[in-house]
Design a protein around this ligand. Structure first.
Ligand SMILES: Cc1cc2nc3c(=O)[nH]c(=O)nc-3n(C[C@H](O)[C@H](O)[C@H](O)COP(=O)(O)OP(=O)(O)OC[C@H]3O[C@@H](n4cnc5c(N)ncnc54)[C@H](O)[C@@H]3O)c2cc1C
Length: 478
């Protein structure tokens, strides 16, 4: 065997799998299809928020939050396992070089201390295609890759294009195309961990699973998440799992780059009103805090004509609103007519809606930090909290759309991250973790969950793969 464990992918899941396998004494090779400067997948572009228990937030709370947000459909055993192991995962990451910043003090607009993501990786800002990104996820990748490169063999520009199996259908290696050497080679191993990210950047799959309009969607994460890992696992008999028609689409600035825009979401629309291209409201913007409705409402925005909407607000709440981005500012104007013109929204369509809304706003005291109950009355579609008239210049607006983080469909694994086939059998020696696993989230996930799942399940995938490889070697040599 060339290696005990081969890990495919250098995002959070692959990095954790490789470091955990190495801790078990395994000889580890990590392969990534891109160069070192692009490695780290969507993890590198992420906001670096990890959900884990903290003071006043227990593992049970975390489990309950996932179950609540997913309507009880998330895999219960895995949800329990992750909730119980999230904090030890955080501590383990620290031993691998991870440092944290205080979310509340991170200078990231839109983050309130209320959110249960105290674990945010220390940022290393990046500029991608001329656009600045805050670099929280990039910080995580830089810190963890430093340790990774010191401890195990890593080959970049190495695309895994096929899995290898022995005559008992146990994974025994991979076929790799090395772009640097321009050649295809086989690497043998005692076990393989797939951590190739999702399929959100595969336009054909987007259209297949989300519908024709999805070809035009903004993709927030890595342009390299094209589903090869999922496909290789399916080809090997893995069971598809989870919500294949379910996209994670927060509301993002419509000026976002079509790929790898990173953190351009606008979370604080609950203080605004949101109009579609016809000048009509279409959701109760103030039903809850934006970070609790953003995925559902992102889908609503995508369902509007042209897949876009406009946030409209005035000077009374302007200090509360900002894109979570280093890149975009709100559009500002001295009058609503001017604002609509600058946003590309018909004032003739928008004006009656804004007028009716203003007339429906009830007295009450506005409190940005609680569900304040300051509401509208008499509208067919109410605004239940934070209803402020929009009549004090200057006026502000954002044109927004839904941006795809990833899709919830993937392959099935058990709590040991072992890949399960369509007949409910374990595929020996094959492990998977991260976005390519399905059945973990439905409709949405509590913010900060995906990085934690990648950590906890990636870690277990690596440790279990190392054990499997060790056992296989013992059997072979006895
Ligand atoms: C803008 C943005 C913000 C986010 N913020 C957060 C947040 O704050 N908290 C949170 O929990 N989640 C967040 N997420 C989601 C989270 O970042 C991702 O779900 C998670 O990082 C995915 O990790 P992964 O290891 O599964 O995949 P990735 O990080 O995408 O890594 C996959 C790797 O596999 C490689 N690869 C793919 N195919 C092959 C192949 N055939 N051969 C070799 N290599 C291959 C890729 O090049 C890539 O390096 C965010 C996502 C985005 C886009």
């Amino acid at each position: 065997m060339d290696y005990d464990v081969v890990v495919v992918g250098t995002g959070i899941a692959g990095t954790c799998a490789a470091l955990a396998a190495h801790e078990q004494g395994a000889r580890v090779l990590v392969l990534d299809k891109v160069g070192r400067d692009r490695a780290g997948g969507s993890t590198r572009l992420s906001a670096g928020g990890f959900r884990a228990p903290t003071e006043g937030y227990t593992a049970d709370d975390q489990y309950d939050d996932v179950m609540r947000v997913t309507g009880g459909r998330a895999d219960k055993a895995i949800t329990r396992y992750v909730a119980d192991n999230a904090l030890s995962g955080i501590r383990w990451l620290e031993t691998m070089g991870m440092e944290w910043v205080d979310s509340a003090k991170a200078g990231r607009p839109g983050l309130t201390g209320r959110r249960v993501q105290p674990w945010r990786s220390k940022p290393v800002p990046i500029e991608l295609d001329g656009k600045k990104q805050l670099g929280f996820g990039n910080g995580a990748i830089q810190m963890l890759h430093k340790t990774l490169l010191e401890r195990v063999d890593v080959r970049f520009n190495s695309r895994v294009q096929q899995l290898r199996f022995d005559d008992q259908r146990r994974a025994c290696g991979v076929q790799v195309f090395s772009a640097d050497e321009g050649k295809v080679e086989d690497v043998s191993a005692g076990a393989v961990v797939l951590a190739c990210g999702g399929w959100q950047a595969n336009v054909a799959w987007r259209v297949r699973y989300f519908g024709p309009a999805a070809s035009e969607w903004v993709v927030r994460g890595s342009r390299y998440s094209t589903g090869e890992g999922v496909q290789m696992a399916l080809d090997a008999g893995a069971a598809p799992a989870g919500q294949w028609g379910g996209p994670h689409t927060p509301i993002v600035d419509a000026r976002s780059a079509p790929f790898e825009c990173g953190e351009t979401n606008v979370n604080q629309y609950h203080y605004t009103i949101m109009l579609n291209n016809l000048g009509q409201r279409f959701v109760d913007e103030g039903a809850d805090f934006g970070d609790r409705t953003i995925i559902r409402y992102g889908r609503s925005v995508l369902a509007q004509p042209g897949g876009v909407a406009y946030l409209i607000y005035d000077s009374q709440v302007a200090h509360l609103i900002g894109g979570n981005t280093a890149e975009f500012e709100a559009i500002t104007a001295g009058s609503l007519e001017e604002l609509c013109g600058a946003l590309g929204l018909s004032f003739a369509d928008a004006q009656p809606t804004i007028r009716a809304y203003n007339a429906a706003v009830q007295d009450g005291s506005f409190d940005a930090n609680t569900l304040d109950g300051k509401h509208t009355s008499g509208l067919q579609l109410p605004k239940s909290n934070w209803a402020m008239t929009i009549d004090r210049p200057p006026f502000y607006g954002y044109k927004v759309t839904g941006g795809l983080t990833f899709g919830f469909g993937g392959i099935r694994v058990d709590i040991g991250s072992r890949v399960i086939d369509t007949e409910d059998r374990v595929i020996g020696g094959l492990y998977a973790a991260g976005e390519m696993v399905g059945g973990l989230f439905y409709d949405a996930y509590p913010g900060g969950s995906s990085l934690t799942y990648g950590t906890v399940m990636g870690r277990s995938a690596g440790a279990n793969a190392a054990d499997f490889a060790k056992q296989a070697l013992l059997v072979a040599t006895s």
